[in-house]
Design a protein around this ligand. Sequence first.
Ligand code: PFF
Length: 463
Amino acid sequence: MNKNKNVFTSKVGAILATAGSAVGLGNVWRFPTEAGTNGGGAFILIYVLFMLLLGVPIMVTEFAIGRHGGKDVSHAFVKMSGGKKGWRWMGLIPMVSGFLVLSYYAVVAGWTLYYAYEALIDGFSGKSPEDFTNDFGAFSSDPIQPVLWMGIIIVLTCGIVALGVQKGIERGAKIMMPMLFVFILVLVGCSLTLPNASKGLTFLFQPDFSKVNSSVILSAMGQAFFSLSVGLGCLCTYACYFRKDVDLMKDGLHVASIDTLAALFSGLIIFPAVYSIPGLQPDAGPSLVFVTLPNVFQHEFGDMTWLAYLFSLIFYLLLVMAALTSSISMLEMSTAYFNKNLHLSRPLATVIVSVVCLVLGTFCSLSFGDWKDVQIFGMGFFDLFDFLVAKLIMPIGGMLMCIFLGWVVNEKVLRDELTNHGTIKSPLYPAFRFIIRYFAPICIFLIFVNELYLYFINLFGAY
Ligand code: PFF
């Protein structure tokens, strides 16, 4: 093991931990939901373009800043700027984002844990389509149950993060990520053998460009950012733990490929399943995996109830594991800040952040039930947190980081970081520099302004 406990021991460990952050509910739950409601194939093409042209460059930007600093995000910005102290405030982005994102993400993660439990005790068998709809509505709006399941997720996450970078984060990723991919492959295999699977594939891969409008483009960018965990400083936090011999560009491409594969495979699991029962629609929205799918699992396997049981159990376990590897990275963002800047011990910092997330998460959970009418800027807590993270902080954070690396940082420092001081070739470097200096900031700014404009039109139009 590496002597410095705050460094991932190997290159594989660094890739798996980062891929663990990227692959999550965003791939298995949000991606099929977004692809389903935004027209399938055309959305996916635009999403992949955003991944390559914006997502990967911002990811590499975060890697470069974090790895150069090596200690924590605040320190990393100051060091990379050549000692300009004012940049330390950028460290507040991951600190605040960690709280916001984990608080609402853990709510959905809690739902997945409850569904895994239901699958385990064979709770889906014998239910009608109406039962599934009613059960999900009743469960998600209950004031106590979802909060308890969310609490379990936060406690598990807290336990792993408290163990530290090597024994907690890296070891967790090394165990969970391979299992996750085995689960995905088993389910893809099962799903593709279902009747009408080809209809699901057509929906997923045949682009229908008539569905593309500005809101589809916005959703595709939002999904690419969310899925790669970029813009919040999460990857910057992890990159502080990268060894000096990691090839940052290559790593970025590897992680993005793993993440895209996970999303496409989730589509390959879900859409053939949805089309296997006539009458079900792929655009059911967020309830797709909590209402449509358990319904499908119960009815598509006929007499083979054991197969239905196994399929549902593996599917929800997959969701839980995907959620956990991501929630670990979210908790680490705020924990690292308290640990390094306020000098709290890691276990204490982890517990404090977890308790605050538990409280905020309870608000988010209640916004599906008793607190439905508590609205801030026209949104409940859950939607508000999602809006702040995915629509505001991610694009602004991503844009600021590109401007910082493209315009503030000395070019030699950047080049040295990406070529490991000239020891590796980096043929994509000129393209990368062009993107972070010009393309990404301008593109994000335009999309962001358009999005805010649409949002306020909606908000004031509603009054
Ligand atoms: N990328 C994760 C997913 O797809 O589920 C979500 C995520 C993790 C977003 C970490 C932001 C973050 F900082």
